[in-house]
Every structure is written in structure tokens, then in C-alpha cells.
Design a protein. Structure first.
Lengths: 329, 245
């Protein structure tokens, strides 16, 4: 549905985006991750036809974003980062206005449908300026959905929402993502982890990694961290764990927990449990800390900045199994 | 075409969402009323004086529309740009030109509403003077007002597209309109090309020396129409250019 090849955008002397290549299929939710100023918004603006790329091609649904901009715009629903709204209008007026710009038939019906989708039915008659940030966000989302777009591009859609609303919006996005293509940017990594089929991590306009959240975790980190809490002398328990040859490293953290690491294919948890219990310790807690996207993200972006290493993977959307590290130039 | 109308309607309504439409309405009609009252009283006192409607219409153009046109147009595109709604509209299937024309049309319709309501005065006057007012002159003056307002509104919208800040836009369009109004005055003391150019560019000359006197002149009509089309074209280009930065 979305095909981006060699996308580059230069502002003066700065490369906002350089040589970005990715694609997204129908029924896929693609997460766009990156620190501030990584080029997420620029890429989204190019995808929606708001600004043209310096070079590279972007097609959405087979239409070129520059040559066939009008066709692309009909396919795309877009929620910009700042959630721009006409604050002097009422919610339903605003949605009707945007709907008629998109030539939606039976606008009024459609407006009530999207308002229901985003849970704003009872505020349909309110002036937008009277709404809270979270509600405005939802009106913005309703606007992006008004013409039943095939592609939904959302720039940080859950910013400013309360936890309950965040869950609702995520559910909604997942629902939409079953049939349509969703591209969303976020810097809440757990969000990407939860709702995206695939994650693109970009830093300084370059693609740093592209894979499913699970694969990113699996391939990047080859050790499993286990936290253990015992009653009694933790130091003595630590010695027991240290004695196991398969345990790579072990130490006591500042909360009195024993932390040890082993290879994922060589899970030491059963052995540690048996040993501790047979040595007379009561096991209070044991949990693994699967390395989360936050760490992957920090590692990748830091790596990219310091050593020029970059992480990239095959662009085949359906088969994003391998994550390989390649040295640039 | 449909988009132009959708945007124009929204724009027109938005004036009534804020107090601005009512404030302009009150100022325009209150001062017109005062002026009209003075005209009538003077006419009653001095029988030789016959109140003429073109004086009133001139008052609408200068100073009333001179100030209220920039006030209303200043926000049209500058605000969209500042609030980010421009991004919203221009990622919907709307062409740049449709946005600019829609904005202009919505604002223009508001002024046409004011001009339309002001027809009350000639109707009243018609009853008070004998043998009634000169209909041809009336039509010419009204046509002139409509044309000059179209041009001024287009200039305002164009400048609003150029300036990101509404206040800057207000001052700039006020300046441009005033300069275009007075530019024929120095032309009297010039000779050659500049004299012709200044006279040609002047809003004043094309209004006061033709429609105001009751004549409907094709050259002047074309002048105002081109002063409407060209700023709108320029405004569209400015929005396009912003993308290529």
C-alpha cells in the first residue's frame, strides 16, 4: 500500500530524511520510532503530499505522491502532530466541513459514525475551543477517519490522552489496522510494542532498524536477564548461583535482588530454583526482564551516533525475520 | 468547484462565530446612518442641496472598507498557517487555488452582504427626493463598489498568504490598499511612463473617475477584475512556493 524508495529531504544544508526505504502492506500497523528531530514528521508530511521530497519516490496505493497527489490524498487520512483544529467551530460542523472537502456522501451519517468510533457522540455540539486536549485529539482522529481512508497516517496519536483513552485509541487503531494500513509515529515504545506489526526505528533521517518488535528483541540481545528474590542471606544465595557455569554474570542490585544473565537458549531458571530451594532458601520472586524496545532504541540510536554502525533489515514486509547489523561505508 | 464553495461557506460562517462580523456591521451601519442623517438634514435645510447616494457609497469604500477589508482578510490564510490547519486542508483533496479562491469568496460574500443591506439608503432616499434618484447612476456606483471590494479583498487574502502573522498582514494590506488609492496623486506632477503607470495602477482613478460618476466603463471593469485575479493567482503561488522550501 505504501512504497517508499530512497526518500531524501534536504532543508538547506540539513538532511531531514536521507535515503529512507520502506513499505507497508494492507492490514499492517507500522510503527515509526525515533528521537525528536529524527525525521518522522517530515516523512509523514511527504507521504501525505504536504511537502515534496528532494529525491526518491513515494507511492501510496500505486499513486505517486507528487504526480497524482489528489488521488493519494483521497486514500490517506492524516492526523498531524499538533492536531490542528478550527477552534471556533462545533465538533460536528468541523467534521462535516472536513467530510465535504473529502466529498463524503451522507456526511451527517458518517460524522455520527466516526464520533461514535472515537467516543465523542455526546460532545458533537460542543465548540472545539471548549474541549480538553484529549478530546481534541479524538476529534482530530475522527477527522482522519471521516472519509474511510485506506491508509491512516497518525503523528503521535496518543499524546495528551489519559490512560483509559490511550487504551481506547490503541484498540481503535488495532481495529482499523486489520483492514487498512496504519502508519503511526510515537516515542512511547511500549505503544509500538503493543500495537504495531512492524517497527521502523529512524534516527537523524536514516533507517536504523526495521523488524517486528519481537524479532528486534530476539536478534539484538543474546542474553536473558533474570531477577531473583530470596528470603534470608542474599549473598549466600548469590554464591550458589555464581557457581553455576552457564550463568554469565551475576550480582546483587541495590534493591537486594540477585540478578543473573544467561543465554536465552540455555534457560537456567529451573536449575537455579532447584538449587536454591535444596539449599534451604525460600524463593520469593523470580522474573525475567525481556529487554524492551526502550533499550533497543537507545542502543541503536546511540550506536548510530557514535560509531556509524547502523542496523537495517530486508525490506520485505511479510518476511522480516532477519535483523542484521551492517557497517556503513 | 465544490471545494471552493465549501471553504467559502465555512469562511463566511466563521465571521459570525466571532464578534468581528457584528462589530464591523455595527461600525459600518452606524457611521453610514450618521452620514445619511447629516445628508438628509442638510438637504432639508438647504433646498438647493440634493443628497446623492454616491457620496454615501464613497464613504463605504473609504474609509470603512479600507479598514475592515484588511481586518477581515488578515487572518484568512495567515491563521491557517499559524494554527497548522493549512496542513490539514492541503492534505485533503483540495487544490491550493481552491483554498485561496474559497477564502476570498467567503470574505467577499461577507462584504457583499453589507453592500446588499446598504441598499436601504437609496430606497429611502428615493422617497425623499423628487423626481427620485438616478437609477443608472445607482447601478454604476454599486457595481463599482462591488468591483473595488473584490479587488481589495483579493489583495488582503494574497497578503495574508504571504505573511504568517495576522497583524503584519493587516498592516501590509492596509498599506498596499492606501498606496494604490493615492498613487495617482503624485502622477499629476510626473510625465511619461511613470505618470501613466501610476495613474493606471490607482484604485482611486478607476473608481472615482468612472463608476462614481455613473458610467460603467469596460477598461475600469477589467482593471478591477485583473486586480482581483492577479492577487489570487499570486496567493496560490505563495502557498505552492512554501512547499518547495
Amino acid at each position: 500500500m505504501i512504497d517508499v524508495t530512497g526518500l531524501t529531504k534536504v532543508y538547506g544544508v540539513n538532511n531531514a530524511v536521507s535515503d529512507l526505504t520502506f513499505n507497508a502492506k494492507k492490514g499492517e500497523i507500522l510503527g515509526f520510532l525515533g528521537p525528536n528531530g529524527a525525521g518522522k514528521t517530515t516523512t509523514m508530511r511527504i507521504l501525505t503530499g504536504y511537502i515534496p521530497p528532494t529525491s526518491g519516490t513515494v507511492t501510496i496505493g500505486g499513486f505517486d505522491v507528487i504526480e497524482q497527489s489528489m488521488e493519494v490524498r483521497k486514500l490517506v487520512g492524516y492526523l498531524p502532530e499538533s492536531v490542528p483544529l478550527y477552534t471556533d467551530m462545533r465538533v460536528n460542523e468541523y467534521l462535516q466541513f472536513m467530510g465535504s472537502l473529502h466529498k463524503v456522501k451522507n456526511v451527517k451519517e458518517r460524522v455520527s459514525t466516526v464520533l461514535e468510533q472515537v467516543g465523542m457522540t455526546e460532545r458533537a455540539g460542543s465548540f472545539i475551543c471548549k474541549l480538553s486536549k484529549g478530546m481534541r485529539q479524538r476529534v482530530g482522529l475522527a477527522q482522519a477517519l471521516i472519509h474511510e481512508p485506506e491508509v491512516l497516517i497518525l503523528d503521535e496519536p496518543t499524546v495528551g490522552l489519559d490512560p483509559a483513552q490511550i487504551i481506547e485509541v490503541r484498540k481503535l487503531i488495532q481495529e482499523i489496522g486489520k483492514e487498512k494500513t496504519v502508519l503511526l509515529s510515537t516515542h512511547i515504545l511500549s505503544e509500538a510494542q503493543q500495537i504495531c506489526n512492524r517497527v521502523l526505528i529512524i534516527n537523524r533521517g536514516k533507517l536504523v532498524a526495521e523488524d517486528s518488535p519481537e524479532n528486534l528483541q530476539k536478534n539484538l540481545f543474546n542474553s536473558q536477564k533474570v531477577f531473583v528474590k530470596v528470603s534470608g542471606d542474599a549473598k549466600a544465595a548469590l554464591e550458589i548461583i555464581k557457581a553455576i557455569p552457564e550463568v554469565n554474570s551475576s550480582y546483587l542490585d541495590d534493591q537486594g535482588q540477585i540478578v543473573f544473565e544467561n543465554l536465552p537458549e540455555n534457560d537456567m531458571r529451573p536449575k537455579v530454583t532447584k538449587l536454591l530451594i535444596s539449599s534451604g532458601f525460600d524463593l520469593l520472586d523470580m522474573h525475567t526482564d525481556s529487554v524492551n524496545l526502550e533499550e533497543i532504541f537507545l542502543q541503536l540510536t546511540a550506536k548510530d551516533e557514535h560509531t556509524g554502525f547502523s542496523q537495517s533489515s530486508s525490506n520485505d514486509a511479510g518476511d522480516a525475520k532477519s535483523t542484521k547489523i551492517s557497517k556503513e561505508k | 468547484m465544490q471545494n471552493i464553495w465549501t471553504i467559502a461557506k465555512k469562511e463566511y460562517r466563521s465571521f459570525f462565530h466571532s464578534a468581528i462580523a457584528y462589530i464591523i456591521g455595527v461600525v459600518v451601519f452606524l457611521s453610514l446612518g450618521i452620514y445619511f442623517y447629516i445628508m438628509l438634514s442638510y438637504g432639508l435645510q438647504y433646498q438647493s442641496y440634493v443628497p446623492e447616494i454616491e457620496n454615501l457609497m464613497e464613504w463605504i469604500v473609504f474609509p470603512l472598507f479600507f479598514i475592515s477589508v484588511p481586518v477581515l482578510t488578515m487572518r484568512t490564510i495567515a491563521d491557517e498557517n499559524r494554527n497548522g490547519t493549512l496542513e490539514l486542508i492541503l492534505t485533503a483533496p483540495v487544490r491550493d487555488a481552491e483554498l485561496v479562491i474559497g477564502k476570498w469568496l467567503g470574505t467577499y460574500l461577507f462584504f457583499l452582504t453589507i453592500v446588499g443591506i446598504s441598499v436601504i439608503y437609496p430606497i429611502v432616499l428615493n422617497f425623499m427626493v423628487s423626481p427620485g434618484i438616478d437609477l443608472q447612476k445607482l447601478i454604476a456606483v454599486y457595481l463599482g463598489v462591488c468591483l473595488i471590494t473584490a479587488a481589495m479583498t483579493a489583495i488582503g487574502v494574497c497578503i495574508s498568504a504571504i505573511c504568517k502573522n495576522p497583524i503584519v498582514s493587516l498592516i501590509a494590506s492596509l498599506g498596499v490598499i492606501i498606496i494604490l488609492w493615492i498613487i495617482s496623486s503624485p502622477a499629476q506632477y510626473m510625465t511619461g511612463f511613470f505618470s501613466t503607470l501610476c495613474t493606471y495602477l490607482s484604485l482611486y482613478d478607476h473608481f472615482e473617475n468612472s463608476f462614481y460618476l455613473g458610467t460603467i466603463d469596460l477598461t475600469d471593469t477589467i482593471y478591477f477584475l485583473s486586480f482581483t485575479v492577479f492577487p489570487l493567482f499570486l496567493g496560490t503561488r505563495v502557498i505552492e512556493a512554501r512547499r518547495w522550501k
